[in-house]
Design a binder for this molecule. Structure first.
Ligand SMILES: C[S@@+](CC[C@H](N)C(=O)[O-])C[C@H]1O[C@@H](n2cnc3c(N)ncnc32)[C@H](O)[C@@H]1O
Ligand code: SF4
Ligand code: SF4
Length: 367
């Protein structure tokens, strides 16, 4: 929040706004947030001792679900006391899995995951890009600082995302050096819109790759992502065929591509990927669900029907090949993939509901 807006809020609404780290928050919203936190009964965890998300601007956060919430910014990677800030971090936050608590006295960090967002440079032009990559013109140069934090935290897994890592020369050079220094799993979140010459590079640098796909007809993909779909499909299929890295295609639903979800699923299952992510870009916020003809409800219902039919048809194949379809709960809600549907059709363990799909980056903070 800029300084003049803060001054304005303070002067125009005395006593109604409270300063919270980087910005002012309306007292009523704050009160609601605190009440909801108090009521939450999920497992409590000092999330900042299990994972960190390091933004392209050097901001340090406890996870990638709240990367956009200024209250959840622990500090900057260059802060001399960043590890103390991490240790004493305390905020009211919860999601579908955990309730954040402060560090217990003497509690040690044990990092499962460090999620590193490097430069936002990207060849894609996604209309919904949550990090604003198509309009970003900055410079990224936190490679040394990130290396130091990786050395200190020794995470079990490192996720790298951008922007688009596969077009970033400096990031790839850094990764070539860094990969050799850590005996840890390296994962990439990518648009996969790369030439075949990048296959060897990906196999050298990563253990697993999540490929984000937005739209599953060439024209939808082109209009939504600003690239050619055939390149991504070829890239994914070749990586899967060679079998050196684990490939997870992730379908991100938007209004222009929701009705193509079953086409994506059909391809993903028949190509033989072991884990397939279904996510959505806060789709309801784009749609007018109140029109007299119920246009969008009908599109969603018809697609839900096709997606459910696709799951039933492929049940035995998925069971045999141990395929997992990992859906955000918003997706199962939209498509009527209820617990009853899963149980009735023997899809337990095949269709799972989670919010922790690799590379999930939410548009807004929670709370
Ligand atoms: C910002 S992208 C960066 C990595 C890479 N360029 C890609 O697209 O996979 C990281 C993840 O955020 C997802 N994403 C982008 N915009 C989103 C939005 N508005 N809502 C939810 N997820 C979004 C992408 O699909 C991708 O899986
Ligand atoms: S969003 Fe969930 S995992 Fe992330 S810090 Fe909050 S409680 Fe922890
Ligand atoms: S490919 Fe990824 S980073 Fe690039 S514009 Fe699309 S969502 Fe944003």
């Amino acid at each position: 929040m800029n300084k003049s807006l803060k001054t304005f809020l303070k002067a125009a609404f005395p006593g109604q706004y409270e300063l919270l780290r980087d910005g002012y928050i309306h007292r009523k919203r704050l009160q609601r947030k605190r009440e909801e936190y108090e009521k939450c009964r999920l497992p409590e965890r000092a999330c900042h001792l299990h994972g960190l998300f390091i933004r392209h601007d050097g901001g340090v956060y406890p996870c990638c679900l709240i990367w956009n919430d200024p209250d959840m910014r622990i500090g900057h990677i260059n802060d001399p006391d960043i590890y103390e800030k991490i240790a004493v971090f305390q905020e009211q936050c919860y999601c579908k899995n955990y309730k954040l608590r402060k560090t217990f006295p003497g509690e040690k960090a044990s990092y499962e995951l460090l999620n590193i967002e490097v430069s936002l440079a990207c060849q894609g032009k996604c209309v919904m890009c949550c990090v604003g990559a198509p309009d970003w013109h900055g410079e990224y140069n936190y490679y040394d600082e990130v290396t130091r934090i990786l050395e200190r935290c020794k995470p079990e897994r490192i996720v790298i995302q951008g922007g688009e890592v596969l077009i970033q020369k400096k990031t790839l050079e850094w990764l070539h050096k860094t990969r050799k220094r850590f005996s840890t799993e390296f994962s990439l979140v990518t648009n996969g819109n790369a030439g075949m010459e990048m296959i060897d590079v990906v196999e050298d640098l990563f253990d697993e790759v999540c490929v984000s796909i937005v739209g599953f007809e060439p024209e939808t993909y082109r209009k939504t992502m600003g690239m050619e779909m055939s390149a991504t499909i070829r890239f994914c299929e070749e990586l899967a065929k060679r079998g050196k890295v684990r490939v997870y295609p992730k379908y991100l639903m938007t209004p222009t591509g929701i009705h193509e979800s079953d086409l994506f699923l059909n391809w993903a299952i028949s190509t033989g990927f072991k884990t397939v992510f279904l996510a959505e870009a806060d789709i309801i916020s784009y749609l007018n669900m109140e029109t007299p003809d119920q246009f969008w409800q009908k599109i969603i219902d018809r697609t839900g029907q096709d997606v459910r039919a696709m799951l039933i048809k492929n049940r035995n194949k998925m069971m045999e090949k141990r395929v997992v379809i990992d859906c955000e709960s918003a997706v199962t809600g939209l498509f009527g993939i209820t617990d009853e549907f899963i149980a009735k059709n023997g899809l337990e363990g095949i269709v799972v509901r989670s919010e922790r799909g690799m590379g999930i980056v939410k548009v807004t903070g929670l709370g």
